[in-house]
Design a protein around this ligand. Structure first.
Ligand code: NI
Length: 416
């Protein structure tokens, strides 16, 4: 219903008193209206997946749709394929800015699911459902833009982020100042373990930090028949791998999650079994859910490496690199999601997630800087994330757009 005959001041009055009850039917109608276009967008993105850092086509489509709908935006943000749009809402100037984030990149996996919109790029697919996340954010952008005059005054920032999978997206956008003027930020991630339209929430640390180390063990090579003339880096490496297990099992409380997984061990030559090599190389992923524990892990790991190398006359080179921080959900933002979820999807569709996961999410960079929240949105897919048959599907889109749009409206109305 348009209220065209109203004068500007009466319109403002109407806006000021517009409640959730008045607004939701109009929001639902707007979502139903844009849904076919958004489904087509998701399917198109699914067919044309792009790897992290190469999201040129996706960013171009996003920019073109924003432009067509008159939504101001910047492209190539922070010299990436990031696109950041802004919707100024309401009458007058509001003092709040809320951001919504969607990631755009795909994975180097060959799609094995047969659908009308199967990936056309061999070896690349949207195995993490970022096609759905991008389409979802675009859906929210379109409905919020359409209803912007009837929203509380403020700003909604639309963060279309590249390179989530390689962790070269969020930190670059944060460094470029994307959230400097933002009060809170929200994201969703498709979650196959929940039915479509079901939202999973949790406060505090929800995803782990993800760091890594590389290790070179320098021994002394020689003949496999004369081991006493060598310093065997394989024997030393094997002890390091096995002793590193004691960090989690014997140094950290059993109720505190941490992971130290040696995932690479290279040594020797495939051509000979009678040669003890001079060096061995190891690589590992290291995860924690507590920022304090995360900071202690490099020292604990190197202490064990140094001790074992010294005991066996080997030397080593150790390089530790920090990746994604712990993703910590702000309780106020999550309470907003719970409240919106109950009103929009029904209390029965909002579930508390029983545990965090040790996966990582570069949304952590935003949430380190400003209050942030991520929720899981059920996709009901029978296959898990990062597998060749995962599909975000069309089913979660309507719920996701409603959640994003109403969360933004309600934040501008009353904050968190
Ligand atoms: Ni993902």
């Amino acid at each position: 219903m348009r209220i065209a005959p109203f004068s500007l001041s009466l319109r403002s009055l109407y806006n000021a008193t517009m409640t959730t009850i008045d607004f939701l039917p109009r929001l639902r109608a707007a979502v139903a209206d844009v849904l076919p276009e958004i489904i087509a967008l998701r399917r198109d993105l699914h067919q044309h997946p792009e790897l992290s850092g190469s999201e040129e086509r996706t960013a171009g489509i996003v920019s073109e749709m924003l432009m067509r709908n008159g939504i101001a935006h910047e492209t190539r943000v922070g010299d990436t394929w990031g696109v950041v749009g802004v919707i100024e809402s309401g009458q007058g100037r509001g003092d709040k800015t809320f951001a919504l984030r969607g990631d755009m990149d795909a994975l180097p996996i060959n799609e094995e699911r047969e659908t009308a919109y199967k990936s056309q790029i061999p070896g690349v697919m949207h195995a993490c459902g970022h096609d759905g996340h991008t389409a979802n954010l675009m859906g929210a952008a379109l409905v919020l833009n359409r209803l912007k005059d009837d929203l509380p005054p403020g700003r909604i920032k639309l963060v279309f982020q590249p390179a989530e999978e390689t962790v070269r997206g969020a930190d670059v956008l944060v460094a470029a100042g994307v959230v400097d003027d933002v009060d809170a930020i929200l994201m969703l991630h498709g979650w196959p373990r929940l039915a479509p339209g079901v939202v999973g929430v949790r406060d505090g640390a929800v995803m782990a930090s993800s760091d890594q180390f590389l290790l070179t063990i320098n021994g002394k090579g020689g003949h496999g028949a004369y081991p006493h003339d060598t310093i065997d880096p394989i024997a030393v490496g094997a002890q390091i791998v096995s002793n590193l297990q004691s960090i989690v099992s014997r140094e950290i409380s059993p109720t505190t999650p941490a992971v130290v997984s040696v995932t690479q061990f290279f040594a020797g030559t495939p051509a000979a079994t009678n040669v003890i090599p001079g060096t061995a190389k190891l690589g590992a992923t290291v995860r924690a859910l507590s920022p304090a524990l995360r900071d202690e892990l490099p020292e604990r790991i190197e202490r064990i490496i140094a001790g074992i190398c010294a005991a066996h006359r080997a030397t080593y080179e150790f390089s530790y690199s920090y990746g994604t921080p712990v993703t910590v959900n702000d309780t106020s933002v999550m309470n907003l999601v719970r409240e919106v979820g109950r009103d929009v999807l029904g209390a029965e569709n909002i579930v508390e997630l029983p545990e965090p996961t040790m996966g990582a999410e570069d949304f952590a960079y935003y949430a380190q800087k400003i209050p942030g929240g991520m929720f899981r949105l059920g996709t009901g897919c029978e296959h898990l994330l990062h597998t060749p048959k995962y599909d975000y599907g069309d089913a979660p889109l309507e719920s996701g757009i409603l959640m994003f749009a109403e969360s933004a409206r309600r934040f501008l109305e009353k904050g968190v």
